[in-house]
Design a protein around this ligand. Structure first.
Ligand SMILES: *Cc1c(COP(=O)(O)O)cnc(C)c1O
Length: 432
């Protein structure tokens, strides 16, 4: 499989190069040259196919000859080593629970797949491979965990001191070994600026192979289509393909779902559920794409004012808005509606949503109320315990910490405090 740049000004590359580079030299996103087509018999066997076999068959055309079969089989097995259940929440509404991974958010799957691919590719790299990330919370945890103990790769994570939740901070700082946490005395923008400067510092990039574990990386983006196959495996109403509601920020997850649909997975309709950062809903309404400055909301992992993966969705639909809206819609949900939904679904159905899942739930409920013969599921992208302030305030009850993460909550924080100046990052990178 070859990948081309959506800016059309860089050479085509294979999966290895696309993974190592992240972004094409012309700053475009990489896109697969041909989307594989799954036979009807493959779709029909999904319910009985072992998960690892299914994942191997889906991912192998994308990795091509850059990863040998035995290695790829091991990678997908390690990637999907936790459960992803489809749970009934209300009449005709199901929740695809993506929060049972080590950091309790759906980014675990992409991060684990990417880390293992990068680890494999790093074997024949001359320089030391360093993944550099600035995080405001969720991404950093998934990346740290995904890369933990992957040989040949070090991860340096910058996070703003005092501005991530307690669970998130533990996820970033308690692993140690090849995971290094820098606690920056500043805000997220400072962290991001420091990371960006490092990538342009020639003295540094001569010594180290720096890469980002960005969500636009094909190795993080493409394995997300496995969620949709795992849901189909468990979908009880095969005669009614599901309506799928995806809480969306950068639109990587939903774009992966659309790729799966393009390959032949039965789906009735996709809903991109946004918070008040409504660039895409507005685009679908009036045909103009206008980025905004991101607004802060309860579903903060979706506070994105210029969703980077949306261009991939347009590419998939030949840049035709009329084609796109046949299969895809997008709505914007306010924080007030999010709170009401968490409260209502908890009281009436006994199901505790996190703010991101609540956005997805409400968008789906509204759509189904206008299409009453349809059924669907939403993606529950994070465990509510990751957002205790808002969820506990709304339900008035303490959320128990899941057993899987209790050892982590007891572990000792290890971080290096630095001032928000680039020179501190550089010194760290040259000396660790
Ligand atoms: C990242 C994230 C999202 C948004 O996913 P995109 O692929 O960026 O659209 C939604 N919910 C949670 C909890 C996330 O961490």
């Amino acid at each position: 499989m070859k990948y081309y740049s959506l800016q059309h000004n860089s050479p085509e590359v294979d999966f290895k190069t696309a993974t190592l580079l992240g972004q094409a030299p012309d700053k475009g996103l990489y896109f697969p040259k041909e989307i594989p087509h799954w036979s009807k018999s493959f779709i029909d066997t999904i319910p009985s196919l072992p998960i690892e076999e299914m994942a191997f068959q889906v991912m192998s055309p994308y990795t091509g000859d850059t990863i040998p079969e035995s290695v790829l089989r091991k990678i997908v097995t390690e990637t999907l080593s936790f459960e992803i259940p489809l749970v009934k929440v209300a009449e005709d509404i199901y929740s695809l629970e993506l929060f049972h991974g080590p950091t309790l958010a759906f980014k675990d799957v992409g991060a684990r797949f990417m880390s293992r691919c990068l680890g494999y590719f790093a074997r024949d790299n001359k320089e030391r491979v360093v993944v550099l990330v600035a995080t405001s919370g969720d991404t950093g945890g998934a990346v740290a965990n995904g890369f933990y103990q992957v040989p040949g790769v070090d991860v340096v994570i910058l996070y703003p001191s005092g501005k991530v939740s307690p669970v998130q901070e533990k996820q970033l700082t308690t692993l140690g070994e090849n995971i290094h946490a820098l606690e920056v005395m500043g805000n997220f923008d400072d962290c991001q600026r420091m990371v960006k400067t490092a990538f342009t510092d020639k003295e540094l990039t001569d010594k180290l192979f720096l890469t980002s574990a960005n969500s636009i990386n094909v190795a993080r983006w493409l394995p997300q289509q496995l969620y949709y196959l795992l849901a189909w495996k468990q979908w009880l109403h095969k005669e009614h393909p599901p309506v799928i509601s995806v809480p969306s920020g950068n639109f990587g997850n939903i774009c992966a779902g659309l790729i799966a649909y393009y390959s032949g997975l039965p789906v009735d309709h996709f809903i991109a559920a946004c918070n008040i950062n409504d660039v895409v809903p507005r685009y679908l309404n009036n045909g103009t794409y206008e980025p905004i400055k991101a607004l802060a909301t309860l579903s903060n992992a979706m506070d994105v004012g210029d969703p980077s993966n949306f261009i991939r969705i347009l590419e998939l639909f030949g840049h035709s808005l009329p084609e796109l809206i046949k299969k895809f819609s997008s709505v914007s949900i306010t924080d007030n509606e999010t709170e009401q939904t968490i409260s209502k679904v908890y009281t009436e159905k006994g199901y505790l949503l996190d703010p991101h899942g609540a956005v997805g739930y409400l968008a789906l409920e509204r759509y189904l109320s206008e299409h009453s013969i349809k059924k669907g599921f939403f993606l529950e992208t994070a465990h509510p315990v990751k957002f205790p302030e808002s969820v506990e305030r709304i339900t008035g009850e303490k959320i128990p910490v899941p057993e899987e993460v209790q050892p982590m909550m007891q572990a000792v924080k290890k971080s290096t405090m630095v001032n928000a100046d680039y020179i501190n990052l550089k010194e760290f990178l040259l000396n660790f």
